[in-house]
Design a protein around this ligand. Structure first.
Ligand code: KMH
Ligand code: ZN
Length: 284
């Protein structure tokens, strides 16, 4: 497990694909809302933003033009590492999910296996994982491995054995816990999964819903990093809806500071993850 003295990488996942704007009015769904959210979260201590976008009806979309505009706008407005979701919504086809990388993000999510997702199924068969992984390597995009269950950690190790290291040479995973159908949001699950990661890997953890706080506290204690945001958490405390994404980042930053592992800067996030510099055409 990681050194417990390292600063904390905070990722914000502000929107997701599963919540309707009507059910959570503070959810950022337009480009303007997303950029404003990104700026507020950067100021509050985030280093990475995990992005899902919506169409004009606020429905999830993987439209390449919109994704490209989104990457450019968030890159222009902030210094955050721009990570696009390749998970999309549970209904998105594989081709569209592979196409996300053509929007030229710094990073992307890459889920290491299929998982029940409430009454849906989030499909990530082996051949799709490999194709997506090879595309990240070819395009020099840093993947963040999303692990919803213990078997996903085994699949990540198999992927690395067979396909080599990601672009940048560093492995970073996110343990997504508490999804109905995946591993529970408990300290035991955090420790079990973190221990199975390859030597030298860094990891963050995300607790969905009521798992938010136990998972965040377990991750900080275990040397891991944090992912927070309205993709995963809509209730700040029992009976109190989340006001906005920035308050979730502020809480994460406070917890990290209390743990003597304050938030890392965006520059530290870039060097920790091995991100290629695409700002101002630097990577062109
Ligand atoms: N929306 C979930 C089905 C990811 O972003 O890569 C998948 C998800 C994971 O959110
Ligand atoms: Zn996501």
């Amino acid at each position: 497990m990681d050194d417990v003295a390292t600063p904390t990488l905070i990722t914000v996942a502000p929107t997701g694909a599963e919540t309707a704007k009507a059910d959570a009015p503070a959810l950022p769904v337009t480009l303007d809302e997303l950029v404003a959210t990104a700026k507020a979260c950067e100021a509050a201590g985030a280093g990475v933003i995990h992005i899902h976008i919506r169409d004009t009806e606020s429905a999830p979309t993987l439209d390449l033009g919109r994704l490209t505009d989104t990457v450019a706008a968030v890159r222009e407005g902030t210094d955050l590492v721009v990570q696009l979701s390749t998970g999309g919504a549970v209904t998105d086809p594989y081709e569209a999910r592979l196409g996300v990388l053509d929007a030229d993000p710094d990073s992307c999510s890459l889920t290491c296996g299929t998982v029940n997702f409430g009454s849906d199924v989030f499909l990530n068969p082996w051949d799709f994982m490999v194709e997506l992984y090879r595309k990240t390597q070819a395009l020099e995009i840093v993947p963040e491995f999303e692990l919803f269950d213990v078997g996903h950690v085994a699949a990540l190790n198999r992927l690395l054995d067979k396909e080599g290291l990601p672009y940048g040479g560093h492995v970073h995973a996110d343990l997504v816990l508490g999804v109905p159908g995946g591993a529970p949001g408990t300290p035991e699950a955090v420790v079990t999964m973190a221990r199975m990661l390859p030597a030298g890997a860094t990891w963050s953890a995300t607790g969905v819903g009521r798992a938010t706080m136990p998972v965040a506290l377990s991750a900080l204690a275990g040397g891991g990093h944090l992912r927070v945001g309205m993709e995963d958490t809509l209730t700040f405390a029992p009976g109190r809806p989340v006001r906005d994404n920035a308050e979730l980042v502020e809480r994460a930053a406070s917890l990290a500071t209390l743990a003597l592992r304050p938030p890392m800067s965006t520059d530290e996030a870039r060097s920790t993850l091995g991100i290629k510099d695409r700002r101002n055409g630097a990577g062109a």
